[in-house]
Design a binder for this molecule. Sequence first.
Ligand SMILES: [Zn+2]
Length: 125
Amino acid sequence: MKRKWFSVLDLAVLLTVLALSLGGFLWLRTRERAESVSVFCGDECVFTLAFEDVEEPVSHTLQTERGTLTLLIEKDGVCVTDAACPDGVCARTGKIARAGESIVCAPLGVVVVLSGDGTVDGVTG
Ligand SMILES: [Zn+2]
């Protein structure tokens, strides 16, 4: 019997399925109230803000190479209120409030990610 039970391709498919189900599982588990918001422009983290520090809605405008994007950060969530991108997908995403949720503006290269407790890399104390 020369046939291998698992070819490399089978293994790749299997691993992908496993990774996806694990990812989905983790994603479900992290759908709790977000603790902080991180904003990335390109590969760079522009700023991180903890929701507990947000007393009243804060408007934050990002200046990117391709245009501006305005975020509204409230105590219970974040939304894009205005963006210079042609598709407007980020603004249509609406408000995100749960850990693991994100708003992506591909044309401007901006990503807004919400993190929950324990998922934030940072200095404590
Ligand atoms: Zn956009």
